[in-house]
Design a protein around this ligand. Structure first.
Ligand SMILES: *[C@@H]1O[C@H](CO)[C@@H](O)[C@H](O)[C@H]1NC(C)=O
Ligand SMILES: *[C@@H]1O[C@H](CO)[C@@H](O)[C@H](O)[C@H]1NC(C)=O
Ligand SMILES: *[C@@H]1O[C@H](CO)[C@@H](O)[C@H](O)[C@H]1NC(C)=O
Length: 448
């Protein structure tokens, strides 16, 4: 059995052992529970045991590293909870370890120092080939779990503050040397929960699970100013069994963006994002509410997003890819979305995003098929939708039903479509002739 088959088998096993995730709607409130087993930690330590001082001035890097070193090396049965009491704990970046809970009390703040000159660098991600915003390596994430399992970041809605403004200003002044750090990143990790926590002012993307499985974000509040550059909320990237629910996100870029690597690097790495669930999410963004892409070279499939409320967004739902990306975007279902004040309700486009370098293969055409959007309604939406496929590879089986998207004072621009095939049912204003009227959703079932 090769590695790929083993991975698929293991994924199927994980998936079938958590039936609650995708169960039908029989009045039962569906949740992420089951994706990651809950853990109770008998062993508890406090950051103050390691000299931590929450006065907002003391730099607590040594305390964090010593506490986590203790968890890693003492390996108490059932893992250890690291308690952060109320107070502002300034610290340089640090790494997490397996079998730990980082617990922030009410009023606890873990705040990043702004020592950008001594910020350590990491290698580029193999599926990106370079930093996302600049060539070369990237600054290491503020809180990083690399190759870990069974990690929980939770508490009583304490705050993890990335002190992003110094980084945003470097970006604005074009003085950045490398790609900015994420606030929280997990790589090659599994069984991770981020819940009941406030994430604030991330330098770059807020939560970046990459090459991960069984990853949950729930009861999270993610905040950054609307003009802060690239402060995406949660970006599941080449990861499977990711569940995001009951959260509020208001940032300067996409609230959730599902990704899987960039052009030739992502194609070579070939790890998709699959079985991604997003539900009961509310938020605002000058960019997209729910995005897929634009980096989707490893493929994105089996996505369900439902009960999403968006206020003041650029685009409600944005599926984006490009020539040179390769990969696929398929079996995507998005339903029960409310959009208020948006430039566009829905956008599915094949000409978005830049390339890492000139080495991209212009014959690497993404396949976009089986996208269902159901029950999407909105007001003050300037244009209901734009679907722009790729000439040599039209997007197929795009199914829209029960969609009502209107501007103010009935000034709604018409839908625009090209290079797309699919079906529409009860869509108002009516989309375009490429989307054929159908009397049932049966035609929209997956057929790839
Ligand atoms: C944190 O983890 C990264 C990635 O595994 C590693 O390169 C780095 O040296 C670690 N840093 C510290 C301070 O342990
Ligand atoms: C923390 O925030 C979540 C989500 O906003 C909320 O449901 C929960 O009640 C809060 N918990 C506490 C202890 O304040
Ligand atoms: C399509 O995705 C959903 C999750 O949204 C999943 O439950 C279903 O099994 C997938 N369909 C196929 C044919 O894999």
């Amino acid at each position: 059995m090769n590695g790929n088959m083993l991975r698929i088998l293991m994924m199927l096993m994980l998936y079938s052992s958590s039936p609650a995730i995708f169960a039908g709607a029989d009045g039962v409130v569906e949740t992420c529970s089951g994706i990651v087993p809950m853990r109770y930690r008998n062993d508890k330590i406090s950051i103050t045991d390691f000299g931590g001082v929450g006065d907002g001035k003391t730099v607590n890097t040594k305390a964090f590293r010593a506490a986590i070193f203790r968890i890693e090396h003492l390996r108490r049965r059932g893992g250890t909870l690291l308690y952060i009491p109320p107070g502002v704990y300034l610290t340089d970046r640090f790494n997490l370890t397996s079998r730990m809970t980082l617990y922030l009390a009410s009023g606890a703040v873990i705040k990043a120092t702004q020592d950008t000159a001594n910020w350590p660098l990491a290698d580029p991600l193999p599926s990106y080939g370079r930093g996302r915003e600049l060539p070369g390596g990237r600054y290491m994430s503020f809180i990083l779990g690399d190759g870990v399992h069974d990690v929980i970041i939770t508490g009583e809605n304490g705050t993890i503050d990335g002190s992003g403004d110094i980084w945003w200003n470097m970006w604005r002044q074009r003085t950045l040397q490398f790609t900015r750090p994420h606030l929280i990143e997990f790589m090659h990790s599994r069984h991770i929960i981020i819940s009941n926590v406030i994430l604030k002012d991330s330098p770059f993307w807020n939560v970046h699970p990459i090459y991960c499985s069984n990853f949950v974000v729930r009861y999270a509040t993610i905040l950054a100013p609307a003009d802060s550059p690239n402060t995406d909320g949660v970006d599941p990237d080449s990861s499977s069994n990711v569940c995001i629910e009951d959260s509020y996100i208001s940032t300067g870029d996409d609230l959730v963006a599902i990704k899987s690597g960039w052009d030739e690097y992502g194609i070579a790495y070939g790890r998709p994002s699959s079985h991604i669930t997003i539900r009961r999410l509310t938020g605002s963004s000058p960019y997209a509410g729910i995005a897929i892409g634009s980096e989707t070279s490893g493929g994105v499939e089996h996505v369900l997003a439902e009960h999403i409320n968006l206020f003041n967004v650029g685009v409600g739902i944005h599926v984006k890819t490009n020539i040179g990306r390769g990969g696929f975007i398929r079996n995507i279902t998005i339903s029960n979305v409310y959009v208020e004040n948006a430039r566009r309700g829905i956008k599915i486009s094949g000409d978005v995003g830049d390339h890492p370098d000139d080495g991209f293969n212009s014959n690497a055409i993404p396949v976009v098929t089986d996208i269902t959007m159901r029950t999407v309604w909105g007001q003050n939406v300037l244009q209901p939708g734009l679907v722009k496929g790729i000439k040599t590879a039209p997007f197929t089986n795009i199914c829209l039903s029960d969609i009502n998207l209107y501007g103010s004072l009935k000034e709604t621009a018409p839908w625009e479509c090209s290079d797309v095939k699919g079906f529409a049912l009860k869509v108002s204003p009516w989309p375009c002739s490429e989307l054929v009227s159908t009397d049932g959703a049966s035609l929209c079932s997956a057929n790839y």
